[in-house]
Design a binder for this molecule. Structure first.
Ligand SMILES: NC(=O)C1=CN([C@@H]2O[C@H](COP(=O)(O)OP(=O)(O)OC[C@H]3O[C@@H](n4cnc5c(N)ncnc54)[C@H](OP(=O)(O)O)[C@@H]3O)[C@@H](O)[C@H]2O)C=CC1
Ligand SMILES: O=C(O)C1=N[C@H](C(=O)O)C[C@H](O)C1
Length: 270
């Protein structure tokens, strides 16, 4: 069987470069194009050189449509508005679209879901095996521990360049906790605390965000009871864990029927 032809959009970004390295070391995956924004200073550069693996002959371009038309799938860690646009192109081309982009609004997600009528989309706030296993454990713990006795707080820290908060992973873990408790996350989450907040509401799921330095990604879910506390945590040491998950998702989705899938589907975690 021939290798899956993959386009990396946002190819010069932190994740884009990591994806180019990961594709090069994954059997069955082939980089067919690398795309950046019009006007990017990286246009025309060799994608392999940019990613630090030596020239591969794929030059960074700015026209996604012809690249998508010749590809089997797209790996996309860019921005919410760009991912919405790319999902429309992936639908036109009837190909796989793996979306790692975080910070999407409900409207963005609705447009991506509409594109999934014709594209095979895998979208997740975190593509790593470890975080998706953690989410399954959080769901189990939240189901087992009564909301009256155990308060759930989610703490995350990322590098100084991150633009969205709470992180996609924190929200994914919040969804897992809310799922375990059979409650709606939006109606029960506390995203910010400042000033005289009053006492904590029973059943709320709290979020706290730290930003600084080069931290790749750290998440803790704390279940705090009277006299005891459980902490379920994940630490990302390198971006390759996300890139490996994204390439795995693309290979899994190749040949599957159009629809919107999650990393828990890809990893068989239910
Ligand atoms: N789900 C997961 O496992 C993970 C998700 N992420 C998420 O991925 C996203 C990207 O993160 P990161 O790589 O650190 O960010 P970067 O800013 O380093 O990279 C994003 C790249 O995408 C480019 N880009 C944006 N829009 C377009 C477009 N329309 N066409 C082509 N290129 C475009 C940007 O160009 P320019 O700078 O010119 O705008 C930039 O080079 C974030 O939302 C982050 O939260 C990150 C890691 C893991
Ligand atoms: O922006 C990042 O870097 C990351 N973003 C994702 C998120 O928002 O959770 C995943 C990972 O933690 C790194």
């Amino acid at each position: 069987m021939s290798a899956m032809n993959l386009v990396v959009v946002g190819a010069a970004g932190r994740m884009g470069r990591t994806l180019i390295r990961t594709i090069a070391e994954t059997p069955g995956a082939h980089l067919s194009a690398a795309i950046e924004r019009a006007g990017s200073p990286d246009l025309g550069k060799d994608a392999g050189e940019l990613a630090g693996i030596g020239a591969n002959g794929i030059l960074i371009g700015d026209d996604p449509l012809p690249a998508f038309a010749k590809a089997d799938g797209v790996l996309d860690f860019t921005t919410p508005s760009s991912s919405v646009e790319f999902s429309g192109y992936a639908a036109q081309a009837r190909i796989v679209h793996v979306i790692g982009t975080t910070g999407c609004s409900a409207e963005d997600d609705a447009r991506i879901a509409a594109a999934a009528r014709h594209a095979t989309i895998v979208k997740s706030g975190n593509m790593s095996l470890g975080v998706n296993l953690l989410a399954a454990l959080v769901e189990q713990a939240a189901r087992a521990l009564p909301a009256e006795d155990f308060d759930i707080e989610i703490l995350e820290m990322h590098h100084r360049h991150k633009v969205d908060a709470p992180s996609g992973t924190a929200l994914l873990l919040g969804q897992a906790a809310a799922g375990g408790r059979e409650i709606d996350l939006d109606a029960n989450s506390v995203r910010v605390r400042d000033g005289h907040t009053g006492a904590r509401e029973t059943g709320a799921i709290g979020f706290a965000t730290l930003r600084g330095g080069s931290v790749v990604g750290e998440h803790s879910v704390i279940l705090a009871g009277a006299g005891e506390r459980i902490t379920l945590a994940h630490q990302a040491d390198e971006r390759a864990i996300f890139a490996r998950g994204a390439v795995k998702a693309a290979l899994w989705a190749n040949g599957r029927k159009p629809g919107l899938y999650s990393m828990r589907d890809v990893l068989g975690l239910g």
